[in-house]
Design a protein around this ligand. Structure first.
Ligand SMILES: O=C[C@H](O)[C@H](O)COP(=O)(O)O
Ligand SMILES: C=C(OP(=O)(O)O)C(=O)O
Length: 352
């Protein structure tokens, strides 16, 4: 008797553990032709910037992590409106991260634990992630996300215009294979200790085709033949308490990229070690980076900001605060809008 109950419980648990295949989730939450061609065009716009065929400045801005669809959409609407007003000078891409790499442990993002109850209902998490990315795309914004788990990407990569490989994974072979397969431009971060060589090696490795393991659209474990991704670039995010957004660090990075035959373009992450995790510092860093660009440094592709509706970050023990980060501390919307407007005006002034 007991063993029958145990078997039934086990059966229930394993049913709950089953996920839809990528095709099933895409069929449930389809990308329509209009949005699909919007995303194709947005990817191509970023590639044009990367190849120096468009001299706009790219800004990847948004919450450290998406934890709540209502707040993400509220933020997205504000950003989409601003993006339209400045789009002759700034190509604005919304940070829409549904996976978070952790230094040790902590909340891993909407895709893993959307209820934030620690039970890891990934069927719900993947559904909610795909749904919110579709809704954000429909606002007209290009979306940026970190490519962390290769299988998670098989559910979401059609919605993303730009992906990041984080500082903790740039040295990993499966991530380099993943980049080689992704259908969009990818920024690769310097490692957490500040080295840029791991990112440069990753750019080389991912520019080639690979044969690797993965799943097909129907969830069958398969050999995946990747095409090689020519559209990668370096992201400087500082490391081990040292910053690398100053002119000398950027010059050094660009000369290393040139010596290694990589795109001579860097994106500056104004957060993480560059801000020494003090979110307010992102504003002065962003100005410093745009000033270098205006002084003629054409190797600077743009910058990244962590920003949400409310400034700072929540404390686990507090009542939830709408629009405030539950991972890294972010700039608030008012400062973000003022900063992007000021950067835009600076860039326009150059042309008058
Ligand atoms: O951007 C987010 C964090 O810096 C990254 O996920 C690591 O976070 P942790 O050190 O709090 O785990
Ligand atoms: C985790 C992130 O950054 P990094 O990999 O630089 O720590 C991030 O941008 O969310």
């Amino acid at each position: 008797m007991t063993s029958t109950i145990q078997r039934q419980q086990h059966q229930l648990a394993s049913d709950e553990l089953k996920l839809p295949t990528p095709r099933q989730l895409r069929d449930t939450l389809p990308l329509n032709t209009q949005l699909s061609s919007q995303i194709q065009q947005q990817r191509m716009q970023i590639v044009r910037l990367l190849n120096g065929h468009d001299n706009r400045f790219m800004v990847i801005v948004g919450p450290c992590s998406i934890d709540d669809e209502a707040a993400a959409l509220d933020y997205g609407k504000r950003l989409a409106k601003l993006a339209r007003q400045v789009d002759d000078k700034l190509l604005i891409v919304m940070r829409s991260y549904v996976e978070k790499p952790r230094t040790t442990h902590g909340w891993k993002g909407l895709a893993y634990d959307s209820l934030r109850d620690g039970r890891g209902n990934m069927a719900l998490g993947l559904h909610r992630s795909r749904q919110v990315l579709l809704q954000l795309s429909a606002l007209g914004l290009p979306l940026a996300s970190e490519a962390l788990h290769p299988l998670v990407m098989s559910y979401l990569d059609d919605l993303i215009s730009w992906a990041a490989i984080g500082a903790r994974t740039s040295e990993s072979q499966p991530h380099r294979e993943l980049v080689s397969h992704l259908p969009c431009p990818v920024g690769i971060k310097n490692s957490t200790d500040g080295r840029i060589s791991s990112a440069i090696n990753a750019m080389h490795a991912s520019s080639r085709g690979h044969h690797t393991l993965g799943i097909d659209d129907d969830g069958q474990i398969s050999i995946i033949n990747t095409r090689g991704n020519p559209d990668t670039h370096l992201i400087l995010r500082g490391g081990q308490g040292l910053t690398n957004y100053d002119a000398d660090s950027i010059h050094h990075a660009l000369s290393q990229l040139s010596a290694n035959d990589c795109h001579e373009k860097v994106l500056i992450d104004c957060s993480h070690d560059n801000s020494l995790k003090q979110y307010e510092r992102q504003m002065e860093i962003a100005h410093h980076v745009v000033d270098q660009h205006l002084a003629g440094n054409s190797g600077i592709l743009g910058l990244m900001l962590e920003s949400y509706i409310e400034a700072g970050k929540q404390n686990d023990s507090d009542q939830p605060i709408y629009g405030q980060s539950i991972t890294d501390a972010c700039m608030g919307w008012n400062d973000t809008e003022a900063l992007l407007t000021a950067l835009y005006q600076k860039l326009r002034k150059r042309d008058v």
